[in-house]
Each structure stands twice: as structure tokens, then as C-alpha cells.
Design a protein around this ligand. Structure first.
Ligand SMILES: [Zn+2]
Length: 97
């Protein structure tokens, strides 16, 4: 059988019944782990990066700015890290798009 899960699974036998844990899916008695083909679900990135650019700062240093699909942005400068809101680099990149 095929099972789509991102979990690590095991087969347990309780009261003459077999189950796949941790989802407690009942399977035919005697099913072994090797009978199960585990399919790993594809990771869906719900908030992909739309723009990933290096933005020049005031002292010729460059900062990696990422703008995401939901409109949020991150920057690697200390200003962003401290305040967690749009820094001048993010604002600069937003003006270009
Ligand atoms: Zn910044």
C-alpha cells in the first residue's frame, strides 16, 4: 500500500489488529513496514520569495533584501533585525518594483 505522510511511521499490532502509527490507520493484520510505500508530500511554499536582491547601503555595503509573496520583506541589516519592520533597504527595493 501507499501512504502519503511526512511522519516517521511504524506498524503496531494490538488485539489481533494492525495499525500504522502515529496516525492509527488500520491495515490488514500482518502488514509489515516493508509493505508500505511511504510517499513524502511535496513541500508547498505558501509564501515564496518574489524578489531577492542585494541593496546598497549608505557605506557601500550591500544587504540581501527579500520580498515575499504576501508583501512582507526581510533584510539582513541590523536595523531590520532590531526593529522587524521595513528598513531603508527594503523601502528602496520596494520603490524599484
Ligand atoms: Zn536593511
Amino acid at each position: 500500500m501507499k501512504l502519503e505522510t511526512s511522519e516517521t511511521i511504524a506498524v503496531v499490532n494490538i488485539n489481533n489488529k494492525s495499525y500504522i502509527v502515529p496516525m492509527w490507520l488500520e491495515v490488514p493484520v500482518g502488514t509489515k513496514l516493508s509493505d508500505i510505500e511511504v510517499i513524502r508530500p511535496k513541500k508547498v511554499d505558501k509564501n515564496p520569495i518574489l524578489i531577492n536582491e542585494m541593496v546598497k547601503g549608505s557605506k557601500d555595503n550591500e544587504y540581501n533584501v527579500k520580498i515575499y509573496k504576501d508583501g512582507t520583506a526581510t533584510c539582513e541589516c541590523w536595523g531590520y533585525k532590531r526593529h522587524r519592520k521595513d528598513c531603508k533597504h527594503i523601502k528602496k527595493l520596494r520603490l524599484q518594483i
